[in-house]
Design a binder for this molecule. Structure first.
Ligand SMILES: NC(=O)c1ccc[n+]([C@@H]2O[C@H](COP(=O)([O-])OP(=O)(O)OC[C@H]3O[C@@H](n4cnc5c(N)ncnc54)[C@H](O)[C@@H]3O)[C@@H](O)[C@H]2O)c1
Length: 295
């Protein structure tokens, strides 16, 4: 198994910031990259705030926080990945963009650097095809919010070596996650189970079988899920959930992954969930929510 000390995180958005946070508090040296210094600096200040919250809750000492931030550097040049032992990519979910990033990284980094993608649905095998050493390419699919969610899917592409899988799992464990191993396939294991349930929940609503709140209450109390499927879709974004459905449908042809008409119409209306203030629920300024009366 390879020893990992320096981690380079590509993309300092929601997931990249979370991954950097858990890597720093686990003792890794982390370099965060994004396409502009404004973005990485914003992420740095969010990270600082998150660590301050942990200190105020007594889950981290002031000294640990200072040490964690002391291990962090930020940059807007991919070439800064040259001395990284592992790169974890959390850039936007776009095949061409991710391939372009890995093609460049493959030029800058050592032949034994491990390349990991946090993609939710893009083929790890296809991404690995652009790097010089696809044996060192792996999927590391974290769940959001990264500091809270315990699961890590370690995705094995066609050429990923056993050593790379073992190293990715060991890093995941050090980050406080429980890794599961998944063979590369559309949307991997967890989202492959989740997505049809979301589609079914929207179909139940569309058919008038249950109301929005009753569907969510049913899943929370009957299945012991912390959130119902409709509120979860609002949380992750209706468009994001549908993109996963469409990818799996395209690759497998299985009709249960084809988004139902109601979801298509919601996307047409721009009702994408919390981020647009309206989805299955309407999100009010005072922090309350009510079911969307038009559904
Ligand atoms: N949000 C989730 O719940 C979630 C969960 C698991 C996995 N993911 C995956 O993580 C990845 C990132 O998602 P996110 O929610 O953090 O998105 P985000 O939009 O919050 O962050 C993406 C970041 O990438 C940056 N970026 C844009 N172009 C770039 C480029 N060419 N090179 C490097 N960085 C670039 C953006 O400036 C932004 O800071 C996606 O692949 C997504 O599928 C997301």
């Amino acid at each position: 198994m390879s020893e990992i000390k320096k981690i380079f995180v590509v993309g300092s958005g929601f997931m990249g910031t979370g991954i950097s946070q858990v890597a720093l508090t686990a003792g890794y040296e982390v370099t965060q990259y994004d396409i502009s210094m404004d973005i990485v600096n914003r992420s740095h200040s969010n990270l600082d705030k998150n660590l301050t919250k942990l200190v105020s809750k007594g889950r981290l000492t002031e000294e640990d926080k200072a040490a964690a931030l002391g291990r962090l550097s930020v940059c807007d040049q991919l070439s800064a990945a040259a001395d990284a032992d592992m790169v974890i990519e959390a850039a936007p979910e776009n095949m061409d963009l991710k391939k372009d990033i890995f093609r460049q990284l493959s030029e800058f980094c050592r032949n034994d650097t491990i390349f990991a993608s946090n993609t939710s649905s893009i083929s790890i095998t296809e991404l690995s095809s652009v790097v010089k050493n696809p044996k060192r390419f792996v999927g590391m699919h974290f769940f959001s919010p990264v500091p809270m969610m315990k699961l890590l899917e370690v995705v094995k592409g066609l050429c990923t070596s056993e050593d790379t899988v073992k190293t990715a799992k060991a890093v995941g464990q050090k980050l406080g996650k429980t890794p599961i191993t998944v063979k590369d396939s559309p949307a991997f294991t967890v989202n492959r189970m989740l997505v049809p349930m979301m589609n079914d929940a929207a179909s139940l609503l569309e058919a008038g079988i249950s109301s929005i709140e009753d569907i969510d209450t049913g899943a929370r109390l009957g299945l012991n899920h912390p959130m119902g499927p409709l509120e979860l879709m609002d949380f992750t974004g209706i468009d994001v959930a549908m993109a996963a459905m469409e990818t799996i449908f395209r690759e497998t042809g299985e009709p249960r992954f084809k988004p139902c008409q109601l979801l298509l119409d919601m996307r047409r209306m721009g009702w994408l969930g919390r981020k647009t203030g309206i989805g299955f629920y309407i999100y009010h300024e005072d922090g309350t929510r009510t079911p969307n009366p038009d559904l």
